[in-house]
Design a protein around this ligand. Structure first.
Ligand SMILES: [Zn+2]
Ligand SMILES: [Zn+2]
Length: 191
């Protein structure tokens, strides 16, 4: 769905819609599962920057809710996460700040996005909002054993026969700890 400044200049647009699965393309990081609900209001805000300069910003307020699938950070099995968030965003025409680099940027202004041309795609906004809401690291379960760094086997499904070698620093630390407990050899970490 596109919000055009020319339409919004006439009147604000209220929206309440369901985006089909996959409508919001999150790239490699996540996949939209099922419909994504989005509702809210788009309107124009006029920024008066002097006697003759008026900048038409788009303000987009609303709420989205949907399910997304991301790979487990350890074993890459898909994990489903429900996401839901409110947003209240301001988009300025991309040309408006091009020549105003000397303008001081306040903390509030860093929240401002930009739109290209004459409008804004809701899908683009939702993509960004969904990516911002995704947890930085998702595990299928807290005790996920992950993939073997040697053979790639999913150790949640079956133990592999590889030695747990020092190829992964986490396992190395664990092996070092076990070594210190089992024997009193202190040279373990220096092989
Ligand atoms: Zn996992
Ligand atoms: Zn293995």
């Amino acid at each position: 769905m596109e919000f055009k400044v020319s339409d919004l200049e006439r009147e604000p647009i209220d929206f309440d819609l369901e985006l089909a699965p996959g409508a919001v393309d999150l790239g490699e990081q996540a996949e939209q599962q099922g419909p994504l609900g989005a509702s809210g209001r788009a309107e124009v805000l006029h920024e008066h920057r002097g006697p003759r300069e008026i900048v038409a910003d788009i303000r987009l307020r609303g709420h989205f809710a949907g399910r997304f699938q991301v790979p487990c950070a350890r074993c890459v099995e898909p994990v489903e996460i429900p996401l839901e968030a409110d947003f209240d965003l301001i988009f300025r025409p991309s040309a408006a700040d091009a020549e105003a680099t000397e303008r001081s940027i306040t903390a509030q202004e860093t929240e401002i996005g930009y739109y290209l041309g004459d409008g804004l795609l809701l899908e683009d906004v939702l993509r960004e909002q969904a990516l911002l809401s995704l947890p930085a690291r998702t595990l299928c379960k807290p005790e996920c054993k992950g993939l073997c760094p040697r053979c790639g086997a999913d150790r949640n499904k079956q133990p592999c026969t590889c030695d747990v070698g020092p190829s992964d620093p986490r396992w190395e630390a664990l092996a070092g700890l076990r070594g210190r407990i089992e024997s009193k050899a202190s040279s373990h970490k220096r092989h």
